[in-house]
Design a protein around this ligand. Sequence first.
Ligand code: NAP
Length: 323
Amino acid sequence: MIKTALVTGITGQDGAYLSKLLLKKGYNVNGTTREISERKLWRLEYLGLQDDVNIHVVDLLDIVQVQGVIRSIRPDEIYNLAALSSVSESFVSPAVAMKSNVDAVSNILEAIVAIDPNIKFYQASSSEVFGNPTSLPVSENTSICPVSPYGVSKAIAHMYTRFYREYMGLYAVSGFLFNHESELRENGFFLKKVVSDIGCIAAGIKDELIVGNLDIVRDFGDAEEYVDAMWKMLQQEQPNDYVVCIGKGTRLEDIVQYVLDCYGVSPNVVVRSDSLTRPNEIYKNYGTNDKAFKQLGWMPKNTIFEVIDRMVKFDQEKSKAVK
Ligand code: NAP
């Protein structure tokens, strides 16, 4: 039987890769966006999927619209990826983060209860819910203690998800994903910015790369591999939450150096600015994927440096095409 999926935030990095995976598995793939525009569809176009997915314009903050799309599609699985996904942006607009990242989740869960409690639900949670952990690596048992508006919103959304699982009997799970990157990453995120700015410096278009604290350690992986963990989480006998990560921390400084080397650019272009330091910085964070490996059989293969190679190649091909 052909399964039907609904992917909110289908125009984003993970939405595009998840659509690719689900189509490969034979799903009927539907997605939501707040508005359709050429600019937003570029990832689906890049992967050649734009004609194979059905896109619905839905305001997830409006329960009537959420119920409408779920009623019309009757999905077997809902992947809730739509969110204000930038931690930095959440410091600028905390109320937007809270509304977008929490209300949509409660609307979808309520709609599932009302329409069909057999629909399985995946919530895109984040390692940011753990804040500055007192011990590493982070696991599913680490205390939830977010330190950014984004982290708080994802923590509340996770608790809603757990409530609907434990008390309403839904198959509803959270994936606590650590940073995952790719050539499809939204502009403005650290790694995308580093690759793009150093590429521009190499091309003589920019003079410097402005950065915040490069002593920070993060766990980075390959977005295309991480969406497979999302899918696996909805295929289990029992619903459960999982940490999804590489299991190793990398210093931001090492990442910058690697990209500089890729382009043959001198480290002298790197300029530190306090303006890029967050009010509540998480200095060191990495996780363990033991549970995901044991229960889901999920294990990442690519290191972040392999992902960077792809990102650099993508940018170089894009600039060749522009010339
Ligand atoms: P993304 O590229 O930013 O995509 C998210 C999508 O959500 C956007 O394409 C956008 O779609 C929609 N969106 C943006 N702002 C919104 C708002 N204020 N309200 C409602 N919808 C909004 O993010 P991603 O990297 O694919 O991440 C997918 C999900 O995983 C997000 O929930 C993110 O928070 C979470 N996550 C990501 C990472 C990571 O490292 N990438 C790590 C942990 C968790 P439209 O404009 O078309 O509506």
